[in-house]
Design a protein around this ligand. Structure first.
Ligand code: NZQ
Ligand code: ZN
Length: 388
């Protein structure tokens, strides 16, 4: 098992009506001036916006708002948010929404403490050395952003979608009320669940196989997704399934599952290329690329882990073999289709038009991607072509 440091400083308030802790947490942090960041319309529709504003007013908290943060959040929103923070001496950024809102808020919090252009953090020109405190109220189970250090930002001008990571960007607290996800559409529920599953795959399919405990934890989180997503899709307000998916989202990507492991992340980096060029839901892109990646990297020496998943997720009891591993991938494809996810790029109207540019981006920024099997830009191209 690889050496590791596990540090998860985010206080998590999980369960029904946990918004009740908001005022007290802000007081504890001495945050009297807040920037509230949210998306387009869901926060207001579900009544959560009014609830937050009434808490601000009741407790006499000065606040500014940044609304309209789009899925695959843009660097423009980050610049705008940072400007508001600087002009108003904001002391804490409160993100209320899904992953894009949370990611945008993290980048804003770091940019608020930086005089240069925030894109510098994404292209690695500058390291984040401080940030305003960030708190989150999560409304969609997917990214794990509610308790991790990452944020993914899109630069529409340069057609790049790049992550940043900093301990300074870990939320100080997150409110995780599964009821706030009742209104998530079946499509976004499925996409969010595929995102959770993909995070786990990225950690499960690793370059070392001696972290037994992490692998078993991965399997439990994946099984949770498979067990509960259909109920959540069928009945949006099914608390048990929403609660299990929400906790799966959080532990799916807060470093716990990667303890002791050399993780992969090729699928994510390829998907980020697609969603940099197209208005594509992250989880939908992952559904397509995961299958193509699995089929590409599977070989006669590494089929065991695919077979283990076949047994855990779909009760495929046969003896492990290369053919069984292939059948597991087919079964996973069937599952993605059953929950309404696309499995081919043609279903989301993506052609090979930008494949060369995408591979060039990968070559320039990362050189290679993945560790389970190291992939060169040519491999990435084949994975994309096989997904058409
Ligand atoms: O804008 P609003 O009106 O809020 O609508 C959103 C948006 O249209 C809607 N939504 C959110 N909560 C809702 C709701 N609709 C009804 N009821 C609710 N309760 O959902 C739509 C999608 O939102 P988005 O934020 O894009 O979804 P998600 O949470 O999947 O986030 C995806 C983004 O996170 C990044 C992705 O690349 C993508 O940009 N990621 C961030 C990671 C991280 N920080 O660690 C890791 C991930 O792998 C991922 O890359
Ligand atoms: Zn993801």
């Amino acid at each position: 098992m690889k050496d590791f440091k596990f540090h998860s400083p985010t206080k998590l308030f999980f369960g029904k009506d946990q918004i009740k802790v908001l005022a007290n947490q802000l007081k504890t942090l001495n945050a009297r001036r807040v920037l509230l960041v949210y998306g387009k319309s869901s926060l207001k529709k579900m009544g959560l916006y009014d609830r937050i504003i009434s808490i601000f007013k009741e407790k006499d908290i000065f606040f500014k708002e940044l609304s309209g943060v789009k899925p695959n959040p843009s660097i423009e929103s980050v610049r705008e948010g940072a400007k508001i923070c600087k002009e108003n001496n904001i002391e804490l950024v409160l993100a209320a929404g899904a992953g894009s809102v949370l990611d945008c808020s993290k980048a804003i919090a770091a940019a608020a403490k930086y005089e240069g252009d925030p894109w510098d953090f994404n292209i690695g020109k500058k390291r984040i050395t401080s940030a305003l405190p960030i708190a989150t109220i999560l409304t969609l189970s997917a990214t794990g952003s509610e308790s991790n250090a990452g944020a993914v930002i899109t630069n529409e001008e340069t057609k790049q979608k790049l992550p940043l990571h900093s301990e300074h960007c870990k939320p100080v607290f997150s409110i995780l009320d599964p009821q706030n996800t009742f209104s998530v559409s079946p499509y976004q529920t499925a996409a969010g669940t595929v995102d959770i599953m993909s995070h786990v795959f990225e950690q499960y399919f690793s370059a070392n196989d001696d972290a037994y405990i992490s692998d078993r934890l991965c399997e439990v989180v994946l099984k949770t997704c498979v067990n509960y997503v259909k109920d959540a899709i069928k009945k949006g307000d099914d608390y048990e399934s929403r609660a299990n998916l929400m906790w799966a989202s959080t532990i799916g990507l807060n470093n716990l599952l990667s303890c002791g492991k050399i993780t992969d992340w090729a699928t994510h980096l390829i998907e980020h290329e697609l969603s940099a060029y197209y208005d594509l839901t992250h989880g939908a892109g992952l559904s397509i690329i995961t299958l193509s990646w699995m089929r590409y990297v599977l070989d006669k020496d590494n089929y065991q882990k695919f077979c283990d998943l076949g047994k855990t997720l779909f009760d495929m009891d046969e003896q492990a073999s290369y053919d069984k591993a292939k059948r597991f991938i087919d079964r996973l494809e069937k599952f993605f289709l059953e929950i309404g996810m696309p499995v081919k790029l043609s279903e989301v109207n993506i052609t090979d038009e930008y494949f060369d540019d995408m591979c060039e981006n990968i070559k320039m920024v990362f050189g290679t991607v993945g560790n389970f099997r190291k992939l060169y830009p040519d491999d990435v191209r084949r994975i994309l072509v096989n997904s058409l």
